[in-house]
Design a protein around this ligand. Sequence first.
Ligand code: AMP
Length: 516
Amino acid sequence: MTNGSQEPIVGIDLGTTYSVVARLDEHGHPATLVNAEGDRLTPSVVLFDGDDVVVGKEAMKAMTTEAERVAECSKRDVGHRVFHKVFDGKQYPPEVIEAWILDKLRRDAETQVGPFEKVVITVPAYFDEVRRKATQDAGYMAGFQVLDIINEPTAAAVAFGFQQGFLNTEGSTDEPRRILVYDLGGGTFDVTIMEIRGSEFIALATDGDVQLGGYDWDQRLVDLVAETFIREHYIDPREDPNTAGRLWRECEDAKRTLSARSKASVACDYKGFSSRVEITRQQYEEATQDLLDRTRFTAVQTMRAAGLEWSEIDRVLLVGGSTRMPMVRRMLAELSGKEPDASVAADEAVAHGAALRTGLVLAKQRGERAGFRIWNVNSHSLGVVGTDPQTQRKRNGIIVPRNTPLPVTARRVFKTSKPNQRSILVQIVEGESPAAEECSQIGRCSVRDLPRDLPPQTPVEVLFHYKPDGRLKVRVHVPNTEREVETEILRENSLPKEHLDGWRKYICGREPSDYR
Ligand code: AMP
């Protein structure tokens, strides 16, 4: 696969704590682009400095002096209506904060590769439909045309396949290989079992946690240090946002030290008091054991969902900066009976996979032969909400179970209840719980303009179509006609197009374009 056109081919790993941009060079090889500060990783941190919005390293530094103006880990809030912090009386949707991060990544990349707008952005495999849509919206607001959103573990597997030479000119590998991708980043955790068969990358099962990552390990260290400080000085350094920000940075640093050495120390100063806390690796591992156990449990569950034994897994691939922790490697070696594979660059593999994917999409658009194919599964069950006749409670009726290969279309027949009923309202959710309120609310679908004079009990067929990227489209087969119409999903936690256009103009100065 080569980059025959002049158009830069760029993939973006939009991470919770750090983001990475990669491009395909003239030989079709992925390479990380450095940012304006000369770094390969850009902190996904935003500082609201009056009218200025500062992204990256400088924003991260401000966490120790102007913590109240800093938005960090916005990816964790994606899918919610607004980010959990208020800045100068304003609350921003999390995807708007992500759009500012993407805008900085674009501007920095453009100084090296020239203007571009087509990108592939990666998302955790465990992101639900609402979060996928919000990520695409962030891309739009940053002035991009998002060609595809792909799952981070899949991207890492593609980068691994490329590195191993599976994606040579024929783009194939002889024997099928099964790999378990264990991806522990800054804020999210994913396990995906992939089969690489020839030039096909097939996801067999996926699971994860969008609220678990290196950040939680940092917090445990912060708590350890703060508890010692309280014992010594009867005052909690976490109560002041700037001190808490400084302490967090110190602890993140100490965590990295503990990956390489058996002890680290953290200094904490607050209100004229100071403590220096020494932490051994063993203490740290004990304090975070339950977090690791959660990832272990998920890995076991995913193996079960794929119906595989560990002996059937060829490699355990480590992805994400947090897999540098020795406790992760030890646990996986013990669980799988094989030494985990750290051959892909933990922080950069996902962006490299995204760049390879962008190259593929553009090659296809030019009518060239595709080098590899990706087959995905849905990470959450899709359901429609109904009312339990006995309890009158809202129930989730699952129509597409999780880990179903995508694309997939599920049909569901609803019946009109009244004579001349012109519309039907369908509420769609994602999740495993039978209780609808415990699931992620995708939105409502209003089937309107049904033909007049339909008798009660007329069947109306609704088709729920998951695209390969995990995004959902809903179509309705209109009774008594051959007509099938696409219905808009009315989303509760999603920005309407006019708002997206307004933010796009404000953030990157670009005019609205065709986008749904
Ligand atoms: P990623 O989003 O994949 O770049 O992962 C970022 C996370 O990896 C952050 O929570 C970092 O603190 C963590 N991380 C990076 N290097 C190390 C290391 N040497 N030891 C432990 N955690 C690390």
